[in-house]
Design a protein around this ligand. Structure first.
Ligand code: ATP
Length: 364
């Protein structure tokens, strides 16, 4: 029997509620399988760790998780610690340390979810956003000088490398090719950003020649926001820089009904390091510790983890269990207008999984 070693990092806020829920669902899946099992190791990194040790994770933390098959992450963010410290000290340290350069965010309107786009049916919104996750606007290049003086200066340099742009665009074309519509939209801003984004456009054209069966177009990021709202069905796979995709994917999550549902994967497509799976929401301290967090974003992230591990049948089973519980309004948490708790939703998913015949969980 195959054993997958999973690092769990709940982090802060509701991460501490949704990650254990995700682990329970993985255990329910494993309980039905005679092909694989999971071995979990939990890491208590995050805001509390920072208060004790002055860092979000230990200096040799990456070595502790380097040999895992995957990482299930909750969130990093604490109202008492500056956001750039929590982000750079944990999540980005892992993403950059393990060169997880492809951030993948599927967006769909799940059954039973009341999404804000009234003119659009659930089938009109089925996107995957690919976010460049290793450089660009968030490369960390820059600095501050003359601090506290009137001549103070600060820079954040958006750094784009040919290698970095090529690999993310190639990843996006390949992903688009694997989806039924074979349709890719390359987000740009080359009208105003006349160096790096022009190179981005040129490389998109070059890489597109490797994928003659993929239909693709270019869209300015500002125009893309309007297109997502007004013509969602014209989009399928979308690729954008770190900053642009960060913003577009929050819009996408809102258009699909709730931040509490949306998942994401930080992938090292070359599989040199473990990839990391997490809900896109943050620590949500306002509802922390109350048992109200929607665990669906984490469960969908677990689906992506199972796909990455090659357990396609189990991934499909979990996705259909998720769709059954979203279709039932009595299992909606507060963010979806309901009153269900994290535990009730988790119990419901585990019960559906437990009821499936074991044969369905054999490796695909
Ligand atoms: P951070 O600073 O870590 O990004 P945040 O609280 O500013 O955290 P989010 O956690 O992303 O931002 O969420 C914003 C709001 O959306 C929260 O205050 C919460 O009310 C709601 N929310 C987010 N995720 C969930 C969830 N899983 N279940 C229920 N409500 C959620």
């Amino acid at each position: 029997m195959k054993t997958y070693r999973i690092a769990t990092i709940p982090g802060d806020g509701i991460g501490k509620e949704v990650v254990p829920a995700g682990q329970r669902v993985l255990e329910a899946i494993a309980a039905r399988s005679d092909a694989f099992q999971f071995e979990f190791e939990n890491f208590d990194w995050g805001g509390d760790f920072y208060r004790q040790h002055g860092v979000m994770m230990p200096a040799d933390g990456l070595d502790a998780i380097r040999n895992k098959d995957a990482i299930l992450f909750g969130s990093a963010g604490d109202p008492h610690i500056p956001d750039h410290v929590t982000l750079w000290g944990l999540r980005l340290k892992i993403c950059q340390g393990f060169d997880q350069y492809a951030n993948v965010r599927p967006t769909r309107i799940l059954p039973g979810i009341d999404a804000p786009l009234k003119r659009c049916g659930p089938k009109d919104l089925d996107w995957v956003i690919v976010r460049e996750n290793s450089e660009g606007e968030y490369s960390g290049v820059g600095g501050r000088a003359h601090q506290g003086h009137p001549i103070e200066v600060a820079t954040d340099v958006s750094m784009m490398t040919r290698a970095g742009v090529e690999r993310i665009l190639r990843f996006a074309f390949r992903l688009a090719q694997s989806r039924p519509r074979k349709l890719l939209t390359v987000i740009t801003k080359s009208n105003a950003q006349r160096h790096a984004m022009v190179m981005w456009d040129e490389i998109a054209l070059e890489v597109s020649k490797e994928f003659p069966d993929v239909k693709w177009d270019k869209e300015l990021v500002d125009a893309a926001t309007a297109r997502m709202v007004n013509r969602p069905a014209t989009l399928d796979t979308i690729v954008a820089t770190n900053l642009h995709a960060d913003i577009l994917s929050d819009l996408a999550a809102a258009l699909a009904g709730s931040l509490g549902i949306a998942p994401t994967a930080n992938l090292d497509p070359e599989r040199r390091y473990p990839s990391m799976f997490e809900p896109i929401h943050g620590s949500a301290f306002d509802i922390m510790g109350k048992g109200l967090a929607n665990p669906v974003g984490t469960f969908w992230s677990v689906v992506m983890m199972l796909e990455h591990l090659g357990e396609m049948a189990a991934a499909q089973q979990l996705m259909s269990a998720i769709e059954r519980i979203t279709a039932d309004p009595s299992l909606h948490t507060g963010d979806l207008g309901g009153t269900a708790t994290t535990v009730q939703v988790t119990d419901a998913v585990c019960a559906i999984l437990a009821a499936k015949p074991a044969a369905e969980f054999k490796a695909a």
